[in-house]
Design a protein around this ligand. Structure first.
Ligand code: ADP
Ligand code: MG
Length: 240
């Protein structure tokens, strides 16, 4: 049936901060291996929505279903264990550690010690970091650091990965590399991605569908062509 490949669904998901409603009864659904971009003006509630999915924030009302189960009450740690992975806006790599040491941090949470070696190598190959294995993370290029972070998130073998502005500050070439990585992660590994993104050209290069948030609610959902042509979407951006 239609719901069989659905990896994520929210119903009436709501978050209040005092008198402010940052997420307002959001009904959202995502299919396995889908890449969805989340756009909207500053303060629209994009980061809040993502933080509700990871469990960093507790919902005020509504439910989150993941992989067919209600996960609304699960802790962030339990959600990671079920395969929800987050790559933060703020770099989460340890700059003084080597690439291999960084990868060990997530791997320790999911596999036995005798598997570290083989799993680390697999990720290094996949993310084109084999030659940088013993390099201190602070000595990597910005693009390599981004690949390491995504590799760390992928080490958890997620079914759903959430990314808040993953290409902010990257060069055109590095951005193209990330777009290609996303294509592989979704198509080959079947991982669903939700990507918060400002750069509409990058959105166009990666997204299957786009969700526009405004004032905590879903304002529009559709293909990038539909969203780009929508004068009301233009209006909420200009009105910001
Ligand atoms: P976006 O990521 O789309 O820019 P946010 O989710 O960060 O939007 O914020 C949505 C609204 O919620 C904004 O009005 C913001 O000021 C408010 N907000 C976000 N986090 C908090 C918080 N921890 N406490 C109070 N208000 C918050
Ligand atoms: Mg934000």
């Amino acid at each position: 049936g239609e719901g069989s490949s659905r990896v994520l669904q929210t119903r009436g998901l709501t978050k209040h901060f005092g008198g402010l409603t940052a997420t307002d009864e959001v009904d959202f659904a995502l299919e396995e291996g889908e890449l969805r971009c989340l756009i909207g003006p500053n303060g629209a509630g994009k980061s809040t929505f993502i933080n509700l999915l990871t469990g960093q924030l507790e919902a005020s009302a509504g439910s989150i279903y993941y992989d067919g189960r209600d996960i609304t009450e699960l802790s962030p740690h339990e959600r990671v264990g079920r395969g929800i992975s987050m790559k933060f806006q703020v770099p989460s790599i340890y700059e003084e550690f080597t690439v291999a040491q960084n990868l060990r941090i997530p791997l320790q949470q999911v596999v036995d010690a005798d598997e570290y070696g083989s799993r680390t190598r697999k990720i290094l190959e996949r993310f084109d970091l084999l030659a940088e294995r013993e390099t201190t993370a602070s000595d990597l290029s910005h693009g390599q650091q981004q690949r390491l972070e995504i590799g760390m998130a992928m080490a958890m073998e997620p079914k759903l990965m959430l990314l808040d502005e993953p290409v902010a500050g990257l060069s055109v070439e590095e951005t193209a590399d990330i777009a290609e990585l996303f294509e592989e992660i979704t198509a080959d590994d079947g991982v669903a991605l939700i990507v918060i993104e400002h750069d509409i050209d990058f959105v166009e290069s990666i997204a299957d569908r786009v969700t526009v948030l405004d004032q905590g609610s879903i304002f529009r959902e559709g293909s990038i062509e539909e969203i780009r042509a929508d004068s009301e979407v233009k209006r909420i951006y200009l009105g910001d």
